[in-house]
Structures are given as C-alpha cells and as structure tokens.
Design a protein around this ligand. Structure first.
Ligand SMILES: *Cc1c(COP(=O)(O)O)cnc(C)c1O
Length: 480
C-alpha cells in the first residue's frame, strides 16, 4: 500500500511511513486506498477476537511486513498481561442504550497505550530490519509521554528522551514516568511549562544536521500507524454492542469521541468510511473548541498558545488539531493543491473559512455531530453516571458522554469512548461526586509515588544543554 501526502509531494511504503513525521511540504501521510467491507466481511469480522480483528484490518494497510510477523507484533502489543483482559477494550453499560468502550486498561491507564504499544513494537521491528536505531524525542504534559515511554521500554533499537514540566504534573503522573529507570528511558525535567518543553523539542528538531546525525525520531499523534491502530477498537466495540443488543452486523451504532488532536475521531471517521456500521460520530471538545466551531460554522481558526484554556481534561487542551488535515483532504475531494492553499491561509492569518463553498456541504454530510462542553456539564454527568450505574468516568470521557446525551437517538445505541482511567484524575472525581471514593489501583501502581525516581534537570530554554545531553546518551548506530 503506497502512502501519499495530503499535500501531494511524495509516495512511500508503510515501513517508511513509520519513520516519517510531516512530509517535506508539511503534509501528512495517508494510505492511497481504503478497503470497503461487505456485509459478509462484517459477519466474519464480528466473530473475531481483538487480535484477529486487528490483523484482518491492519494487514490491508501494512503490506510490506510479512503477515506472520505482523501477527506476532499484534500479539505482543495486545496481550492480556498488558491490557488486563483478552477483550483489550471491554464494553460497559452506563445507561439505557448507552455504553462506554474502555480504552484505558493498558500500562499507563490512557487510550494512547493502544496505539503506542503497537507503534513501539513495529518501530523496533523495522529498525531491526534496517539495522538502524532511533532516539525518540518528545515533550509531554502527562498522558502521551508516559504512553510513549511504556511503548518504547525494552525495545532494542529505541531510546526515548521525554521533556516534562517539573512540578506541573500530578504526583501520580510524575511517578508513572520518573519511576521508569530503564537504561533506554531518559526523563528530562524542565523548570517551566509544557509549552516551554515543546519549544525546546521544536528548536532542537529544527537543527536538521543534529536530527539526522543522531537519528532523532518521533511518535507523535500524526504518525499514521497510531491512527491505524485506533480503527480496530471502533470495529470491536460496535460488534460487541450489536451482540449485546441482538442486532445484525450492519445495524448502526453511534459513537462519541472526546477530541483533542482529532486522531481518535479521525480513526472513527475512517472506520465508518471502510464500512463499519457507525451512524453519527459525536465529536466532543471541552472549552478548547476550535473543532466545534469548525463543524458548526465552517471556519477553522487556530489559537495561539496563550489562548489555551486549562481544563480538567488536559489531554484535550489544544490550540489546533494536528490530524485535522487528513479529514479536510477528503472534504476537498482529495485535492492536495486545495489542502496546501488552506494551510497557507492558516499560516498567514490563523484561519480558513469554507462556509460559503460546496465543501461545507460535504462537511455536513460527513457524519459528524459536534458539541463543546463545560466543566459544570462534565461534573454533573460524572455524578449522574455514577448514581445510575456505579461506574466512574474520568473528565475526558465525560466530555463525550455529555455530547452523546445531547444527540442521543431513539433505538440507536451509542458507544462513548472512555479515554482515561478515573484513577488518573482523583481530585476531579472527588469534586464531581462531592465525596471521596476509593478507586482500586492495578497492582503495578500501588505505592508508585514512593518508588525511586530518575530524571535529569535541564533549564528552560537551554536547547544546547538538551542537545548535549542527547548526544551523550543516544543509542549508538549499529551501522557505524
Ligand atoms: C489524547 C487524549 C484525548 C484526545 O485524543 P486525540 O486523538 O488527540 O483527539 C482524549 N482523552 C485522553 C485521555 C487523551 O489522552
């Protein structure tokens, strides 16, 4: 399967796509074609367990890794040991016709594990074949960084350098990362904010010579493999809900997605495009609602980082949505020239407006309902769901459930993606419920705050120290 760019400049194989971030023109990679499942395909797929389903869906897109190897990579990524059950993404009922798809049972208790466990394994596999190495460089405010750490640990060909804003993460999140004392994992604490960390990564990455010489790589959310891995659980969840309700395999299920960078929602859009019977994709944003505004008005206006609103659902606190371009590519009839033009406009004036073009009709017909929630609604729904089902949802998931209830249709079940474990947000839960509840931690996290931690400090803005540190600690290239 060739991968092409939303801005039209290149064509690469799946294996190459893994190693890429943006294309030279600043575009994103997408597969040239998508499968379209028939009812017969759906019948077959609905009987598969998670791993078999993953293989069935992924092998279409991953054609330069032998199927038996892909199977092993999937088995390694989605084991009961890592995800707590063979189901990987269990379904729970939270109300009448309302379900959550638990995506947070992986090693770091957030949905990013599902993509990053797989990406880490595939990355390592491809590097082994190329006899090469990569040093992942990333900044995080919490979730992504720890999922990336747990996705790279134990991999022979990978090292990871993660910049974190010191004293600005929860004790639990800090411990989750800093207590990993593997020789291949480097936690770098910065005396600043997440934006300071991200700036340092960006500045270091602008040095192309440094990047190439030291094999600096990325696992960020624009990586195609991450989107691919996420398509699988949409299919799995929809089939499960059909089974629970005795519905045929082509009966529609609505899905609701708490959205940040539009990676998860994009995977749902692709799943629908491929013929998984998804009705509406309910797109939930928090107060950082650039996408909600787009879907309502046809104007995509990115914000600058001073305008980001800090919320109880921090992994959705974004100023622009890095995967959105892939969706727009489809909207503008897959014309890279138009994509390029729209993103030129963003560069110039921070927005584009397609409200008065036929493209906005395509947006309206593309299957989305969007809603932006506020804290009051989120906390109210956390309490309501707890009272009616005994299930505690986290503030990210709450965004999706609020939006789902705004849209809810008679007789069509809705699947709300549960993206983080409530364990990670004990303070919000306490505030929402108005009382303390004891959440039972998985074994590996009991007393984690008291484990020994390892990190180095690098002063905010000191890009040279960062580069020096990386140079000293990179994985030596096997070839040289
Ligand atoms: C990353 C994240 C999101 C947002 O996902 P996107 O793919 O960026 O839209 C939502 N909830 C949690 C818990 C996350 O970690």
């Amino acid at each position: 399967m060739p991968y092409i760019s939303t801005r039209g400049d290149i064509k690469v194989s799946f294996s190459e796509s893994i190693l890429w971030g943006l294309t030279p023109e600043g575009g994103l990679l997408i597969p040239e074609k998508f499968p379209k499942y028939s009812k017969k395909d759906l019948e077959k797929m609905s009987k598969m367990n998670y791993k078999k389903l993953a293989l069935a869906i992924m092998s279409y897109f991953v054609d330069d890794i032998p199927k038996k190897d892909l199977k092993l990579l999937i088995e390694k990524s989605y084991s009961k040991d890592l995800f707590g059950s063979e189901e990987i993404t269990p379904i729970k009922e939270i109300g009448d016709g309302e379900y959550i798809l638990e995506l947070f049972n992986g090693p770091t208790l957030a949905f990013k594990d599902i993509a990053l466990q797989f990406l880490g394994n595939v990355f390592d596999y491809i590097l082994e074949k190329m006899d090469s190495t990569t040093n992942i460089l990333t900044a995080t405010s919490g979730d992504t960084g720890s999922a990336a750490i747990y996705g790279t640990r134990g991999k022979k060909r990978l090292r990871i350098f993660v910049l974190t804003p010191k004293d600005r993460m929860s004790k639990f999140q800090t411990a989750q990362m800093y207590s990993v004392i593997d020789p291949a994992v480097f936690n770098i604490a910065v005396d600043g904010t997440f934006d300071d960390c991200q700036d340092m990564v960006k500045k270091a990455s602008e040095d192309i010579e440094f990047r190439n010489k030291y094999h600096i790589g990325y696992m960020n959310s624009i990586n195609w493999t991450r989107v691919l891995a996420q398509i699988v659980y949409y299919a799995k969840g929809v089939f499960n809900i059909q089974k629970i309700n005795n519905l045929p395999v082509d009966a529609e299920v609505d899905v609701s997605v708490p959205t940040g960078n539009f990676g998860d929602a994009l995977a749902g859009y692709y799943a629908k495009k491929m013929g998984i019977p998804i009705g509406k994709i309910i797109l939930a944003t928090n107060e950082n609602n650039v996408l909600d505004i787009f879907f309502k008005k046809g104007v995509y206006k990115i914000r600058n980082k001073e305008e980001v609103i800090r919320t109880d659902s921090p992994s959705m606190d974004i100023t622009s949505a890095s995967n959105f371009e892939r969706y727009i590519y489809d909207i503008v009839d897959q014309d890279p020239k138009i994509v390029k033009d729209l993103w030129e406009q963003i560069k110039e004036k921070s927005f584009f407006d397609i409200s008065k073009t036929p493209y906005f009709e395509s947006v309206k017909n593309s299957g989305f309902f969007s809603y932006s929630t506020n804290k009051k609604e989120r906390y109210k729904i956390i309490k309501q769901i707890y009272n009616q089902s005994g299930i505690i949802i986290d503030p990210h998931t709450a965004n999706g459930v609020v939006a789902a209830e705004k849209y809810k249709r008679e007789n069509i079940p809705v699947m709300c993606l549960a993206t983080a474990s409530p364990l990670k947000f004990e303070d919000s839960i306490k505030e929402a419920l108005g009382k303390e509840v004891i959440l039972k931690r998985p074994k590996q996290y009991r007393g984690i705050e008291n484990k020994p931690q390892r990190f180095v400090m690098i002063h905010r803005g000191n890009v040279n120290s960062l580069k020096d540190f990386i140079k000293k600690h990179i994985l030596i290239d096997h070839k040289s």
